[in-house]
Ligand binder design. Structure first.
Ligand code: PLP
Length: 496
């Protein structure tokens, strides 16, 4: 038996992980057949000069089409996904995304529109983008939106460029961005990448921004405060109006990281809080399957005063229809090729139009109800240090299990055995052994109960048989890996 068929037998016997596609390779096997081109060597030399041609064929796996289909279908089934498992990954809003929205985004009338088509021939698409901007303005209370940024982090980057342009117009060059210590990592990363200096704001004892600390840190050098509301602990900044007024008194702006908008839908508008800029993560809140770095969209909304700095082109409604327009007084320029990730924008549009005002409000309310229900079910077992009530997510501490030698990481792995994707762990840093849980509105009470039962069971297990938890996961195709080694010295062969 050669190596390949031995490998295959093992896979079939244990139902274990899939071998590499290269290990399925059999010399000469093909997934396609092409007729002979009939070209002579001289003709080939003429079309493609020798310097541009390979001396040896690429080392590709030699497999049939069916091998390819089965290989990738099996791999896809080794994954956790929202379509197969509860996925309470805090901060990421891994909710179910209606398949209808995918269907419509993939409809040829949308999917095959070319961005270089003349405006006249793409009126429907331009209208959709125009109306989506209006809808996002209504939902957030902002005056104008750009749909260009391709992710939340790129929205932050765009917002920071606008903040810099705003101050430059006033002849100012403040260099500091204030960021609370509970912020998502992209906030300080975007600020630093944009050439600002980051100053960390320590949270108060209640997990919220401490107004006195904020006042102490404010100076002429502060360009903006970047904050998340509800924040990363799942808490609403109650004094948000006081915070935004304070910043404005110092001629500094307030940037709202709107990745947590799921909690606010139909309930409160960021524009009413006095914020100047916000990015929305359409892939989180407005129905695009995400994870694994798939396409996203991070539109940025601004006040009337900041509209003059938005990226170009903007879509405008004129008497003769919808048009792209490069004429924006003090634009920060483009931040994406063409018009952004339009497929994501179509999904968001359909999602918002399908739910309507009432549906969106119910989405927000159910996201809060589900999180509070789960928090109530778990808080006898795991303390939740901040907040009596939470918004759409909460952060529990698994510190009590440390007495048994079990930490948050171990419990996360054990949950995988139980068929649940693990919550976000060790973030935010202000909670020891943090377990950040966001159930979203799309989960049923039965699923939430099953998850709570599993966690409570694991807490019991930690007292009785902590070794089992330390060895988890045991029911998955791959057991506990050495994460650091796996990242630094990846070994892509599945067998030793
Ligand atoms: C997800 C997230 C981001 C970053 O968004 P990406 O689309 O992943 O770039 C920023 N802030 C918060 C609070 C988030 O949850």
């Amino acid at each position: 038996m050669n190596q390949t068929s031995e490998t295959l037998d093992m896979v079939n016997a244990v139902g274990g992980p899939e071998p590499l596609i290269f290990e399925r390779s059999v010399p000469g096997r093909r997934g396609f057949q092409l007729p002979d081109s009939g070209l002579t060597q001289r003709e080939i030399d003429q079309f493609i000069p020798a310097e541009f041609r390979r001396a040896t064929p690429p080392r590709l796996p030699e497999v049939s089409e069916l091998d390819v289909v089965r290989h990738f279908t099996r791999l896809s089934q080794l994954n956790f996904s929202v379509d197969t498992n509860f996925y309470p990954l805090g901060s990421c809003t891994m909710k179910y995304n209606p398949k209808l929205n995918d269907r419509i985004a993939l409809w040829s009338k949308f999917a095959l529109v070319h961005p270089a088509q003349p405006d006249d021939t793409a009126q429907g698409m331009l209208r959709l983008l125009f109306e989506l901007e209006q809808l996002l303005c209504q939902i957030t209370g902002m005056a104008a939106f750009t749909l260009q940024p391709a992710a939340g982090a790129q929205g932050e980057f765009t917002g920071l460029k606008i903040i810099r342009a705003y101050h430059a117009r006033k002849g100012r060059t403040p260099s500091t961005i204030l960021i609370p210590d509970s912020a998502h990592g992209t906030n300080p990363a975007s600020a630093t990448l944009s050439g600002f200096r980051v100053k960390k704001l320590a949270s108060g004892p209640d997990g919220l921004i401490d107004l006195r600390e904020l006042e102490r840190q404010l100076s002429d050098d502060v360009a903006a405060l970047m904050l998340t509301n509800p924040n990363t602990l799942g808490l609403f900044e109650k004094d948000i109006r006081g915070i935004t007024s304070l910043l404005h008194e110092h001629d500094a702006l307030v940037y709202l990281d709107g990745a947590n908008t799921n909690a606010l839908l139909g309930i409160v508008k960021p524009g009413d809080m006095g914020v100047d800029l916000i990015q929305l993560n359409l892939h989180k809140t407005f129905s695009t399957p995400h994870g694994g770095g798939g396409p996203g969209a991070g539109p940025v909304g601004v006040t009337k005063e900041l509209e003059q700095f938005l990226p170009v082109p903007r879509v405008r409604q004129t008497s003769s229809g919808f048009r792209w327009d490069d004429n924006v007084a003090h634009t920060v320029g483009r931040v994406h090729g063409f018009y952004g990730n339009v497929g994501v924008l179509v999904r968001a549009y359909v999602y918002i139009r399908t739910l309507g005002r009432e549906g969106l409000k119910r989405t927000g309310e159910m996201a809060l109800l589900n999180a509070n229900y789960l928090k109530a079910r778990l808080s006898d077992t795991f303390p939740v240090p901040f907040g009596e009530h939470c918004m759409h997510e909460f952060v529990a501490s698994l510190k009590p299990l440390k007495a048994h030698g079990v930490n948050a990481w171990d419990v996360a792995k054990r949950l995988l055995d139980e068929g649940f994707y693990a919550p976000t762990v060790y973030f935010p840093l202000v909670v020891e052994e943090a377990f950040m849980i966001e159930p979203t509105e799309t989960e049923s009470k039965e699923t939430l109960d099953a998850f709570a039962d599993a966690l409570i069971r694991i807490a019991e297990e930690a007292k009785l048989t902590p070794d089992r938890i330390k060895r988890a996961p045991q029911n998955l195709p791959v057991d506990r890996v050495d994460d650091v080694k796996a990242a630094r010295e990846p070994n892509l062969r599945w067998h030793p």
